[in-house]
Design a protein around this ligand. Structure first.
Ligand SMILES: Nc1nc2c(ncn2[C@@H]2O[C@H](COP(=O)(O)OP(=O)(O)OP(=O)(O)O)[C@@H](O)[C@H]2O)c(=O)[nH]1
Ligand SMILES: [Mg+2]
Ligand SMILES: [Zn+2]
Length: 358
């Protein structure tokens, strides 16, 4: 029996085996072709793929290997989610117009949105029950809050943690402006206040853009993956990104195309990192209602309850009003963080009233 190299593959020259291998290779090729056909669907020959970098008014800026294109969305766009048809981070297929707009940027039309690998959603503002996908396809979520100015709010952190969990994104926490905590002499208090997250196995970074504290650790955490940087307004998200990257240059390049130079962030934007990976800067958010959260599933997002909930007298137990609740007892004993329990009660109240009104 001899083995021949042929191109990158090889085959066994013994009649039957050779045939078998050939069959297998044909099947593989067929499978590959089929999945390509499936992926491309009925896309026009001229369609090219890329990803959405940011929004430009009602249009989207799409990066492709042929450069930036500012795109409209086709009326017959092939997408999964009719609430949020396109969002920043989406893999898309576009058909270039073969023209440029008044700024000299190439133009095109988005005809297909790829399946979202991960996503961060919230309930869209307003009365309608509508999902707003803030960003898609990021690996990590950096929840950036400030030690002070503005004061951080653990309720908001907990909402982000649940949304990240639901959207398949790995979260971590950044406490920026730690210099202000030192000025006020409250650093130890803050570290202690956030110990519950550390206990949950979440990484907590303490950073300062002015002194550079914690920036090396954060830079390491961001390398080679895609990270959404989110949190309330004014916590220093854009400042951190500028300090960690040559984002100003990257954003400058995009600004040349569109976004005017501005201080506060008004839309999410993907910024490539110099050493691989990317970050998505996003505008500050004041309210965050987690999308499609049910009362029954809520306890699962508070994994520290699990060690106690089996001992509650009533099964199932909401851990709010039932007598002999082991979770409430654990809060009293200090075994469960009281703030986390508060978050749970607030969210539970929210979701149960929402369910009644549905
Ligand atoms: N003292 C102190 N100030 C900081 C720090 N980081 C950022 N700032 C200041 O905080 C203010 C807000 O910073 P931004 O980076 O614009 O905050 P942002 O989170 O991007 O805000 P939005 O885009 O509105 O969501 C600016 O005046 C920064 O100079 C820090 O570590 N310490
Ligand atoms: Mg900003
Ligand atoms: Zn209970």
């Amino acid at each position: 029996m001899t083995v021949h190299e042929e191109g990158t593959g090889h085959y066994v020259d013994d009649g039957e085996g050779h045939k078998k291998l050939k069959v297998r290779q044909t099947a593989k090729r067929l499978h590959r072709t089929r999945s390509l056909v499936k992926e491309r669907g009925n896309l026009p020959q001229s369609a090219i793929d890329g990803y959405v970098v940011t929004s430009v008014g009602p249009q989207w800026l799409v990066w492709t290997t042929c450069g930036y294109h500012v795109c409209n969305v086709s009326g017959s766009v092939d997408c999964e989610n009719s609430d949020t048809i396109v969002t920043v981070g989406d893999d898309v297929w576009i058909v270039p117009d073969g023209a440029t707009d008044v700024h000299g940027t190439l133009t095109g039309t988005i005809v297909k949105v790829g399946v979202r690998r991960t996503l961060l959603s919230r309930k869209a503002a307003g009365r309608a029950r509508r999902e707003q996908v803030l960003v898609s396809n990021v690996d990590q979520l950096a929840i950036v809050v400030a030690a002070a100015d503005p004061d951080y709010n653990k309720r908001l952190i907990d909402r982000y943690l649940i949304a990240a969990d639901k959207g398949n994104i790995e979260p971590f926490i950044v406490i920026n402006k730690i210099d202000l905590a030192d000025v006020m002499g409250i650093r130890d208090l803050i570290v202690e206040d956030l110990a519950a997250y550390d206990d949950l196995g979440l990484d907590v970074y303490f950073t300062c853009v002015l002194t550079g504290e914690g920036l090396d650790e954060l830079r390491q955490r961001l390398t080679d993956v895609s990270t959404l940087v989110a949190g309330p307004s004014g916590t220093g998200k854009s400042s951190l990104i500028n300090a960690l990257t040559d984002a100003r240059l990257a954003v400058g390049e995009i600004s040349k195309v569109y976004a005017k130079g501005r201080h506060t962030t008004t839309g999410a934007v993907v910024v490539p990192l110099p050493n691989g990976g990317s970050v998505v800067d996003s505008p500050g958010i004041r309210e965050f209602a987690v999308w499609q959260l049910d009362a029954d599933e809520l306890p699962f997002y508070f994994e520290e309850f699990e060690a106690f909930s089996g001992q509650c007298k009533f099964q199932p137990c909401s851990h709010v009003h039932e007598p002999d609740c082991a979770v409430r007892q654990a809060v009293e004993d200090g075994a469960i963080d009281a703030d986390r329990y508060d978050s749970y009660c607030i969210l539970r109240h929210e979701v149960t009233t929402a369910q009644v009104h549905r």
